[in-house]
Design a binder for this molecule. Structure first.
Ligand SMILES: Cc1cc2nc3c(=O)[nH]c(=O)nc-3n(C[C@H](O)[C@H](O)[C@H](O)COP(=O)(O)O)c2cc1C
Length: 421
């Protein structure tokens, strides 16, 4: 889950293909944009159709391809003005010399040039042409004008060209262009979240996964926590505009996009790092990690050899991370988790008070259909008395959805605080 692909599902891209030899690369570009979750519609000039067929783009984009301006049928479906409004970005790739010149001149004699004039969406062009055509004064003059007009130019790469020349003018690889588009939307989304998100500007520290308590250099005590819930919460907090640090126990999960991850192993290391985060500044502390209650009193320096029928290993109590953080003078808003197998709500409500938490989310790990390794969860959230908030039952849903609801609960509590501890 290094990147949440669903975030671009509502973003619309018009890929305009013009008459250049690089048009074959645009077929792959459609695939890569779709892989990121974008909705893609393809517009083709007459020139482009001499190089590659609309059928290819229709199959790859899953949408009809738009080729005509003066076509009553096309206008009834999605005409140039509707297309212009539909687009969140118009990407012209490859952009021929001819199309660049038309944009500069303000012509409107085919679908693409008319679309260019009719849209408010950002326009990106990826010029691709013979190196001499690229270097031509007219082309460079046109590009300068387009940049002045606010068009973003994806610079061509240098190398061997289809015509046998070597030089500047190759269209960058589709993967590269798709990644630039993804980064653009991601940055725009991030800027919005940082301004208007539910946790805009908040610093959040989240602990996740199990801890590992060494017995000797090759053995350890641990538990079944996979870290999925904590990682989902980290992603949701980031999407809500927070700066997120994830203290991760040993788990095999990719770091959510935009999240700073610090790997820790033992409970003692997790505590050290948690205290360090507090020093660095932390507004909200969310403790999802399944921290071992006990650690081995004396970790053997060398591998313990098999001997006798019994082996006794003395354990000592680990510090309670969440309670320790909650006791600090500059305490953040504290969210605890309770995974219980019986009397779930009763234990959770007790923990809320005993550990001086602001909020606790509890789940019943005896339920086979949710919890630990599952992709779904269900929870009940309790708030400390001063928030004067009713408990919330979060019905069974994906961990991403539960994470989103937890973010909302944190936000609501922060705005409801009557008499903070
Ligand atoms: C084989 C061939 C390859 C071409 N390759 C390019 C090219 O890579 N870049 C370019 O700007 N024009 C290229 N052209 C010229 C354009 O196809 C021509 O200018 C056409 O009018 C462009 O139309 P459009 O901008 O409406 O797509 C090529 C022409 C031919 C015959």
């Amino acid at each position: 889950m290094s990147f949440d692909l669903s975030v671009f599902a509502n973003k619309n891209i018009i890929l305009a293909v013009t008459g250049g030899i690089a048009a074959y690369k645009s077929a792959i570009l459609v695939r890569r944009l779709k892989d990121y979750g974008f909705n893609v519609r393809v517009v083709m000039t007459k020139g482009a159709q001499a190089f590659i067929t609309p059928l290819t783009f229709q199959a790859l984009s899953g949408n009809p391809v738009h080729t005509e301006l003066l076509d009553t049928e096309a206008e009834a479906g999605m005409g140039h003005i509707e297309l212009a409004r539909w687009a969140d970005l118009i990407l012209v790739a490859p952009a021929s010399c001819d199309s660049l010149a038309k944009f500069v001149a303000g012509l409107a004699d085919d679908l693409l040039s008319t679309l260019y004039l009719a849209t408010k969406a950002p326009v990106w062009v990826a010029p691709a042409m013979n190196q001499q055509m690229w270097a031509a004064k007219a082309t460079q003059r046109n590009l300068n004008t387009l940049v002045e007009d606010g068009v973003h130019v994806i610079m061509p790469a240098a190398g061997a060209q289809a015509c046998g020349d070597v030089g500047l003018g190759r269209m960058p690889e589709p993967e590269e262009i798709a990644e630039q588009v993804k980064d653009y939307f991601h940055k725009a989304q991030r800027a919005l979240a940082e301004k208007f998100g539910l946790l805009a500007g908040k610093k959040v520290t989240i602990t996740a996964g199990p801890t590992r308590e060494a017995i000797d250099p090759v053995r350890y005590i641990s538990n079944h926590s996979t870290g999925k819930m904590g990682f989902a919460i980290a992603a949701a907090c980031y999407a809500a505009g927070a700066k997120v640090t994830l203290l991760a126990g040993p788990v095999s999960l990719d770091t959510p996009n935009g999240v700073r991850r610090i790997n820790v192993s033992s409970a003692m290391k997790m505590l050290d790092e948690s205290l360090h985060q507090l020093e660095e500044g932390c507004d909200i502390f969310i403790a999802t990690a399944a921290v071992a209650d006990y650690r081995v009193a004396e970790v053997a320096e060398h591998k313990i050899k098999k001997a006798g029928d019994e082996l006794n290993v003395a354990l000592v109590k680990n510090p309670d991370i969440v309670a320790t953080i909650a006791q600090q003078s500059k305490r953040p808003f504290m969210v605890g988790f309770a995974a219980e197998t019986r009397n779930v709500e009763e234990y959770a409500a007790g923990k809320l008070v005993a550990k001086k938490l602001d909020m606790i989310a509890c789940n019943d790990v005896s339920r086979k259909d949710i919890g630990f390794a599952s992709d779904e969860n269900a929870m009940t959230v309790f708030f400390a008395e001063q928030y004067q908030m009713e408990k919330r039952d979060l019905e069974k849903a994906s961990k991403q959805e539960i994470a989103q609801q937890l973010v909302e609960a944190v936000h609501d509590a922060l705005h409801n605080e009557i008499d903070p501890v």
